[in-house]
Design a protein around this ligand. Structure first.
Ligand SMILES: Cc1cc2nc3c(=O)[nH]c(=O)nc-3n(C[C@H](O)[C@H](O)[C@H](O)COP(=O)(O)OP(=O)(O)OC[C@H]3O[C@@H](n4cnc5c(N)ncnc54)[C@H](O)[C@@H]3O)c2cc1C
Length: 415
């Protein structure tokens, strides 16, 4: 490799690092993208594929005591926890609970708003330039329910989103059957959110972004980010091809970012919410036209390149603890009643770890103690959604331009 010197080095080639690399390149920077694995092969690999243009309300921690007691029994399908992990995740969970108090939660909503508003429009030019249009469905997603109680809660949530201009249809049983003729198990209706887009192969999108990055002159390299050192005014990394350097470095290491930045003196209140995924065939001639959220049992089924993808809610555990796909085992029989799923198509459930901050907002920030170091992580349930808008913000800050939205809510100094 002829190049040893770059303007910007991006560590982590998940969907966030890829988007940061592309948007930074658009500012005329020569960019090195580093990952120890293939692009988009970790958390960005197995997600539900929603570019969530309707998700203006971050996932808050439950505050209802009855609900909390149910969680304590560890029998729910939306959340599960490893008892042995509780002591170490408690400080983060406590702050998450504290930030979910209604007044403080308003701050999370206000912070999420400009990011969500721009999430899809920032992806669009990348999708077009990467020739990835065939991977995108612009059909929104459907929240289906079986009971009047769930219907009321779903409509209440949808009404709240009207203030953000979110577009949705409320469907009765017949209306839902027209859009999704093969949903069963007593569904009585749904809310269909129209703004979000869906990616039918999330890693396919990552690979298309990687190819675009390389076509535009960027360099992708397999190396260990842990070799990063500051020397004089430069950042250096040891790679199999020798020492590579750059003036700026962006940390986009998803669920590995917290421990990485701790080595540089930044102790951040973060944790992971693990989630599982399985693909299925479809029985007979049934079709699934949309991504559908089962509001009664809290899981998603989505039509994907490899079959119907089922993704689960949150598991609170150590990032690297052995997989315990109990939620998937509990959900699968319910999902089979809901939609005619056929055979499992993956040998094992896939497991990913959503990187979560305690205030439900990502970290998109300059590192205050280190010149030329930038943070882009902590996107929790919405890393695919927020990757492109994060990329633009980081690129503008590195280029010394006026950021197109106020970056204050995402600064690391807030912790
Ligand atoms: C079940 C599930 C469903 C989800 N559904 C959605 C959804 O529908 N929509 C949505 O927007 N989001 C969704 N998410 C969240 C989304 O997947 C994540 O927020 C996003 O993938 C995080 O991207 P990232 O680039 O920050 O992290 P990652 O994709 O994990 O990328 C980090 C990269 O850093 C690399 N790395 C780590 N350590 C080192 C090192 N020492 N040296 C070099 N490289 C290193 C890793 O190899 C990896 O490639 C879902 C998540 C899960 C688990």
């Amino acid at each position: 490799m002829a190049d040893r010197s770059f303007d910007v080095m991006v560590l982590g080639a998940g969907i966030v690092g890829l988007a940061v690399a592309l948007k930074t390149q658009e500012k005329g920077k020569h960019v090195l993208l580093v990952d120890q694995a293939e692009a988009g092969s970790k958390t960005s690999y197995g997600n539900a594929g929603i570019i969530e243009r309707a998700s203006f309300m971050p996932y808050s921690f439950p505050r209802d005591v009855r609900e909390l007691i149910e969680y304590a029994f560890n029998r729910r399908t939306d959340a599960h926890y490893h008892f042995g992990a509780l002591a170490s995740v408690a400080p983060w969970l406590f702050r998450y609970w504290w930030n979910s108090e209604p007044k403080r939660y308003e701050r999370a909503i206000a912070g999420a708003k400009p990011l969500i508003e721009n999430c899809l429009s920032e992806h669009e030019p990348l999708i077009a330039a990467a020739g990835a249009e065939a991977l995108i469905r612009r059909t929104g997603w459907i929240r289906a329910y079986r009971t009047e109680k769930k219907a009321e809660a779903s409509l209440r949530d949808a009404e709240k989103l009207k203030q953000f201009g979110v577009i949705f249809d409320v469907l009765d049983k017949a209306g839902l059957a027209q859009r999704e003729p093969h949903l069963g198990d007593g569904v009585i209706g749904a809310v269909h959110y129209k703004d979000p887009a869906n990616v039918s192969d999330p890693q396919g999108l990552s690979l298309a972004y990687r190819a675009l990055f390389e076509k535009r002159g960027g360099v992708f390299l397999n190396a260990d980010a842990k070799s990063l050192r500051e020397e004089g005014k430069e950042w250096r990394i040891i790679s199999p091809l020798g020492t590579l350097k750059a003036k700026d470095v962006v940390i986009a290491l998803g669920p590995w970012a917290q421990e990485f930045v701790r080595n540089f003196g930044y102790d951040l209140p973060m944790g992971v919410k693990r989630g599982y995924r399985m693909h299925y065939g479809i029985t007979g001639n049934a079709v699934l036209n949309h991504t559908v959220y089962d509001a009664d049992h809290s899981y998603v089924i989505a039509p994907m390149t490899k079959g119907v993808r089922l993704t689960t809610g949150a598991e609170f555990a150590h990032r690297d603890a052995k997989p315990t796909p109990v939620q998937l085992e509990r959900l699968e029989p319910k999902a089979r009643k809901f939609f005619p799923l056929a055979e499992r198509r993956d040998a094992e459930p896939w497991l990913g770890a959503r990187p979560c901050t305690s205030d439900m907002l990502p970290v998109i920030s300059k590192a205050p103690q280190h010149k030329g170091m930038w943070f882009a992580f902590g996107h929790a349930h919405h890393g695919l959604t927020l990757s492109a808008v994060t990329g633009r913000l980081i690129a503008e800050m590195i280029a010394g331009e006026e950021p197109f939205i106020d970056p204050t809510p995402y600064r690391v100094e807030r912790f």
